[in-house]
Design a protein around this ligand. Structure first.
Ligand SMILES: [Ca+2]
Ligand SMILES: [Ca+2]
Ligand SMILES: [Ca+2]
Length: 433
């Protein structure tokens, strides 16, 4: 593949068959345990399943998507939160590295797909199970990045900014990110065994699958004596040689500015019609009941141990019961008490404020709510009180649709600061499942 940067050079790739994407690697730390648990923001982590040491993502009741290039065969087991699904059929994209597998029983829920409108320039969440960071690479006294380290198959997440789409003659339309120094918080690169892992972008209030990890730039060498060539996680390839066609190496000038290496994901949006054809039910929002949601965060063993996973449970010990984690778009496996951002928030505890409304000071309560069409079985009841004893549901309610699953609700109290000296608001959530 050829990408035009400040210099033009050819890039080879592939994160599985030989060098295919494995674990996420970071600019700012080589700690192999870093970001090996949920980011807590529902940005895709819980949709990742395990398949042959790689990953895949459920996209419809009976289908998951992954990379083609690492292989697999019918009868292979896909593990979704330790729940085994047996593959019964496979469909290969004719123009990309995407591959869809059919399984023997339905997934409880599945990932929303990106339409493509928010991909370019997005701060994406990248998830994979690839290698650790290896030895530092020094060229002419300057640090350039790191060679690949050991493979540990640990699922990690990072972030990067999607630079652009690239049309590759062999792999079709790709999204790519540059590994910048220092980049954004959690700036990451990919390596061998990250293949089949995923890129998610935030679109219309939901993190959606935008790409499947494919490959990286490389191989590299310092000069013809530097044998054999290798893959590396480089924030500056200046002064090195990069492989174009196999075994043909091109010099990259060492300029004043760093020339970052990149990683590539097979872009989902140009393949949507193929995906919907092969995976009926994909590109829709799954109906999400409490029991379906439980299986997105907990293993069958944890669900059997009901005190961990049931509505009253609080497995992450953040004092927010699972029912409220479900109702307010929180992560029941991530310990935090975050309040929703007024007017724009998509997750968090209700925000209660005193606001000046048309010249009078009143209490308001604002929260995210699962829509009645989303299958949640929840009822949300905001209430006001002057004495914590008598509670009233009276108020002026406005509802903003975020997406078909979520809406933002704001209720303005009927009383003003002239009517009462004390006023409180609360949100009651009940499950009618
Ligand atoms: Ca970057
Ligand atoms: Ca909790
Ligand atoms: Ca939590």
């Amino acid at each position: 593949m050829v990408k035009n940067l400040s210099t033009t050079w050819a890039a080879a790739l592939l994160l599985a068959s030989g060098p295919t994407a494995r674990a996420v690697i970071f600019w700012h730390t080589g700690d192999p345990a870093y970001n090996a648990s949920t980011p807590g923001d529902n940005s895709g982590w819980h949709y990742q399943g395990a398949f042959y040491g790689f990953q895949g993502v459920p996209i419809a009741p009976l289908y998951f998507i992954t990379a083609k290039h690492f292989g697999g065969s019918i009868g292979g087991i896909f593990y979704f939160h330790n729940d085994p699904y047996t593959t019964v059929a496979v469909y290969d994209s004719p123009t990309t590295d995407l591959r869809i597998w059919k399984v023997d029983k339905p997934f409880p829920t599945y990932a929303p797909l990106s339409s493509g409108i928010a991909d370019i320039g997005a701060t994406a969440t990248i998830i994979g199970r690839g290698r650790q960071r290896g030895d530092e690479m020094i060229v002419s006294g300057q640090s350039k990045g790191w060679k690949w380290g050991v493979a540990d198959n640990v699922q990690r997440w990072g972030r990067n900014v999607v630079v652009d789409e690239l049309d590759d003659a062999f792999y079709g339309k790709l999204l790519y990110c540059d590994f910048d120094k220092p980049g954004i918080p959690n700036e990451c690169h990919l390596s061998e065994f990250d293949s089949g892992g995923s890129m998610y972008v935030l679109e219309a209030g939901l993190w959606r699958l935008a790409g499947i990890n494919l490959g990286v730039d490389g191989r590299f060498r310092m000069n013809a004596m530097d044998n054999p060539p290798y893959f590396a996680t480089l924030f500056d390839i200046g002064g090195l040689q990069i492989e174009g066609p196999v075994n043909v190496f091109n010099n990259v000038n060492d300029t004043e500015n760093d020339i970052p290496s990149s990683f590539y994901c097979s872009r989902i949006s140009p393949s949507l019609s193929w995906i919907m054809d092969k995976a009926p039910g994909s590109n829709t929002l799954a109906m999400e009941s409490f029991s379906a949601w439980q299986r997105l965060y907990f293993t069958p063993t944890e669900i059997a141990a009901t005190a961990t996973s049931n509505a009253a449970g609080d497995s992450d010990q953040d004092r927010i019961e699972n029912l409220l984690e479900f109702a307010l778009n929180l992560d029941p496996t991530f310990r935090e008490q975050v309040t929703m951002t007024p007017a724009t928030g998509i997750r968090g505890l209700p925000v209660v404020r005193r606001e000046n409304i048309s010249g009078e000071d009143k209490l308001t309560i604002e929260f995210v709510r699962r829509s009645s069409a989303s299958g949640s079985g929840l009822t949300y009841t905001p209430e006001f009180s002057s004495d914590l004893n008598a509670w009233s549901t009276a108020g002026t309610t406005s509802v903003t649709t975020i997406n078909p699953r979520w809406e933002r609700v704001k209720v303005i109290d009927t009383l003003t600061t002239n009517d009462t000296t004390h006023r409180c608001a609360r949100l009651k959530v009940t499950l009618n499942e």
